[in-house]
Design a protein around this ligand. Structure first.
Ligand SMILES: [Zn+2]
Ligand SMILES: [Zn+2]
Length: 230
């Protein structure tokens, strides 16, 4: 019998009731109903129209973070996300990225494929640095893009990764200069094309916006974002 990728309990074959009710296309579940309930599906409630975050009662739309971006940056950039970055998702990311459990990409890759397989945009994943690749062994973003075509247009500038992103505080991250550069062999694939930048998590928005700026400079006609979590 198949086992839940997160807690190892046996997986029953029937679909959880929540999935049936949602009428989402059938995606083979890799986790049990109990673990599945830990993730907050952002399509089930109101979200910020700009960054895609869960909009709690009383929150403005766009949210405060987005209003701040609109004041400080000329870049118009919209992001959509599948799940809230809640403690359960944080724990998932820790196991997937920092413990380097590559199997865990399968928890969401089916769903992401359903969502992205019919779009007309060129998918551009956020890259990882050569150092991260050497220690982790994989790019967690392209892992999520199993069975989808994407263009490796971006790469991390070699000198910019002295401190890991997750170890910086918000202000330090905001102050970072452009961390990416274009992959010379692939950059033509986005000229005069609509681009969808994909990342695992949208936290401050800095990373994905740096990538978006570069895509515009390289001749993309439009640039949107898509992240697993926000
Ligand atoms: Zn489970
Ligand atoms: Zn927002």
């Amino acid at each position: 019998m198949r086992a839940c990728l997160l807690c190892n309990s046996p997986l029953r074959n029937e679909m959880p009731l929540a999935d049936l009710m949602r009428l989402t296309p059938l995606v083979k579940s890799t986790i049990c109903e109990n673990c599945s309930n830990g993730f907050v599906d952002l399509s089930s409630g109101p979200t910020c129209n700009v960054c895609g975050r869960n909009r709690l009662q009383g929150m403005p739309d766009p949210c405060q973070d987005c209003l701040r971006w609109m004041k400080s940056s000329e870049l118009v950039f919209e992001n959509a996300a599948l799940y809230a970055y809640n403690p359960f998702m944080k724990d998932f990311m820790k196991r997937y990225k920092f413990n380097g459990d590559y199997r865990l990409r399968q928890v969401f890759s089916g769903q992401i494929r359903q969502r992205l397989k019919k779009i007309n945009e060129v998918i551009v994943p956020i890259p990882v640095s050569i150092d991260t690749m050497a220690t982790r062994g994989f790019n967690q973003v392209t892992g999520l893009l199993d069975n989808l075509e994407y263009a490796d247009v971006l790469k991390v500038k070699a000198e910019k990764k002295a401190v890991r992103q997750s170890e910086k505080n918000r202000r330090e991250r905001m102050a970072l200069n452009q961390p990416f550069e274009l992959n010379q062999f692939e950059k033509n694939s986005i000229q005069n094309k609509a681009v969808l930048i994909v990342d695992d998590v949208y936290t401050t928005g800095t990373t994905i916006r740096h990538a978006a700026t570069l895509m515009h400079e390289a001749g993309a006609t439009s640039v949107r974002g898509f992240t697993l979590a926000r």
